[in-house]
Design a protein around this ligand. Structure first.
Ligand SMILES: NC(=O)c1ccc[n+]([C@@H]2O[C@H](COP(=O)([O-])OP(=O)(O)OC[C@H]3O[C@@H](n4cnc5c(N)ncnc54)[C@H](O)[C@@H]3O)[C@@H](O)[C@H]2O)c1
Length: 321
């Protein structure tokens, strides 16, 4: 075990959207920490997401389902933060295979290695989608899981396996469940970057169904500071919801994006609804707020920064469409 308070962190999925923002957060907030990223570099994970900080980290190209890759990456590490996952609901509806493999089996492979190596902390990154649709009110951490999509069902499986490793073996696991994130480096299949890029090119914005489905939006850097809080102050065996109480309909968000880009609402096109589309996600985040966390950014200004980031970083996304 290390003699100082510095961690050597394994960040899985660190070449993806939230992971690469979290790597940046850790390097800025904890200069003494060593960071190892393990990432399979799927379509969503890109080495380019880490280009400016590659010299400051150790990058391992590998799969969390492969225990050789996991042990290789874990050499000398005391802590794991597991972001690695298949994450796009629509892809899970078309083919759930990779979702079950990475999200359930991959998480289990990591947990098993963490148990054998006696790691000090394991943070499992989960999602509010595991609670299912909220008719009214907001879910708290002890509410039952009721996932609707193959994606959210596989994430619920990962959460349950992570909790089982705490209950059975005493592995110090904490779980975060955040709402929808947005910000820089998000792959443009997800709603906000997809619509920003389409609107920039005067292409139609396909809104599912009525567009009245409600999501609670969280700026990615606020999620990173919350995960940092759970990493340092979260209790083993506990789950922490992370939300900023920015509930908006998909139609509202779409109109805000169009307004930021000074584009006409006639670009909106209603299309057939997503299968099993949850109507509303809503979580109560009092538990993590009681640890001292709160979101720093207002939704409006963070959305403006996100739109500006995509405008300025065409070389990042131009090959992806
Ligand atoms: N984006 C959101 O709004 C949101 C909200 C709540 C929770 N989450 C959770 O946060 C985590 C990160 O989400 P994201 O939006 O950054 O996803 P992302 O799709 O942008 O990135 C996922 C990363 O995982 C990597 N990966 C996939 N399979 C792997 C495997 N088998 N082995 C190693 N690496 C693998 C990919 O290459 C990619 O870098 C996920 O666990 C997701 O469920 C995301």
């Amino acid at each position: 075990m290390r003699q100082d308070n510095n961690m050597r962190l394994l960040i899985t999925g660190g070449a993806g959207f939230i992971g690469c923002n979290f790597v940046r957060h850790v390097l800025e907030a904890h200069p003494g920490y060593e960071v190892v990223v393990l990432d399979k570099l799927t379509y969503a994970g890109r080495r380019e997401n880490l280009t400016d900080i590659l010299k400051e980290i150790t990058f391992v190209h590998g799969d969390i389902c492969n225990s050789d890759d996991v042990y290789d990456a874990l050499k000398g590490c005391d802590t794991v933060v597991n972001f690695a996952a298949e994450t796009h609901v629509d892809r899970s509806i078309n083919d759930a295979d990779a979702f079950v493999r990475t999200n359930v089996l991959g998480t289990h492979t990591l947990l098993e290695a963490a148990r054998k190596l006696n790691l000090q902390k394991f943070v499992q990154i989960g999602t509010d989608e595991v609670y299912g649709s909220a008719e009214s009110g907001s879910f708290i951490e002890s509410d039952p899981l009721n996932p609707s999509s193959p994606y959210s069902a596989s994430k619920a499986g990962a959460d349950l396996m992570a909790h089982a490793y705490f209950a059975t073996y005493g592995l110090p696991v904490s779980i975060t469940r955040s709402s929808n994130n947005f910000g820089p480096y998000q792959y443009p299949e997800k709603l906000i970057p997809f619509f920003i890029l389409r609107a920039m090119r005067d292409e139609k914005l396909p809104v599912y169904g009525s567009g009245l489905n409600v999501r609670d939006w969280l700026y990615v850097r606020d999620n990173c500071s919350a995960i940092d809080m759970v990493l340092h102050k979260g209790q083993p065996g506990e789950i922490y919801n992370i939300g900023a109480a920015n509930e908006l309909t998909n139609l509202n968000i779409t109109k805000m994006i169009l307004s930021h880009l000074k584009k006409t609402e006639s670009l909106i096109e209603h299309v057939t609804d997503r299968l099993g589309h949850d109507f509303r996600y809503s979580i109560n985040s009092s538990k993590i707020r009681a640890l001292g966390w709160k979101p720093e950014r207002s939704f409006e200004s963070a959305l403006q920064d996100t739109v500006d980031w995509y405008i300025k970083n065409e070389e990042w996304w131009c090959g992806l469409l």
